[in-house]
Design a protein around this ligand. Structure first.
Ligand code: DC
Length: 225
């Protein structure tokens, strides 16, 4: 089934932190000639905005979140992420912003604000479709997606991948902090009441614990047609 709002074919990919879904989704988009939508980047940018505005992670006041987000712009331009017209592509990749993105992503004003952005982005450059990657692509944002995948890996493997990724960026991280980060993100992202991370009905599950990026990509390609 193709998406009806002008996006062409939507490939929805969900999965937990460190499952390899971002790398695979980016490579898949390139191979298919599709746009790539990294929705985690949107949650990270929104969290950065809230933290910069002084909103504390345990602020229970939805009105405060709404007022900070009102008028905020988050855009992708040539693979970079712009928050209020400023390039924040690097800034949103720190472990701190990762933590806050998971915390604030449980809040309704944040999810409502980003829902429209996600549905409106992509598919505008005449490509055949988009590869949309996140936690609720197949369950909430694009339930009519052409193909749905749920990418996972065991917790230890995901922690190791997250650790390697952050080390490459010289982040101040140890394997044990990466392990506890992955565990607490899993817990928060799967247990929140709105749009929790879950495998959508009909989604194809791929466990990447013992698969390379290339092997995972091949598995996905085999399932497409
Ligand atoms: O994929 P990521 O690590 O960049 O995502 C950061 C956080 O954003 C993640 O812990 C949960 C949240 N998120 C979400 O709730 N829904 C999405 N579609 C994507 C990300």
């Amino acid at each position: 089934m193709t998406n009806t709002n002008g996006k062409g074919k939507v490939i929805a990919i969900d999965g937990p932190a460190g499952s390899g879904k971002s790398t695979v989704a980016r490579a898949l988009a390139q191979r298919m000639g599709f746009d790539y939508l990294d929705t985690g980047a949107l949650y990270r940018a929104a969290a950065l905005k809230l933290v910069s505005a002084g909103v504390s992670e345990d602020s229970g006041d939805d009105a405060v979140l709404c007022s900070v987000l009102r008028g905020t712009t988050i855009e992708f331009k040539q693979g970079m992420v712009y928050l209020d017209n400023k390039d924040v592509s690097e800034e949103i990749r720190t472990p701190e912003v990762g933590h806050f993105s998971s915390v604030f992503s449980a809040r309704k004003p944040v999810r409502d604000f980003l829902l429209d952005i996600q549905r409106n982005v992509g598919g505008t450059n005449g490509s055949g479709g988009i590869v949309a990657e996140g936690r609720d692509m197949a369950t909430v944002v694009f339930p009519e997606a052409w193909r749905k995948f749920y990418i996972t890996a065991d917790e230890q493997t995901r922690a190791q991948r997250r650790y390697a990724q952050l080390r490459k960026k010289n982040a101040d991280v140890t394997l044990s902090t990466a392990q506890s980060d992955v565990a607490s993100r899993d817990d928060r992202d799967t247990k929140r009441s709105i749009a929790p991370l879950a495998k959508a009905p009909g989604a194809i599950e791929i466990d990447t614990t013992n698969l390379s990026i290339e092997e995972t990509l091949e598995r996905i390609m085999r399932e497409l047609y």
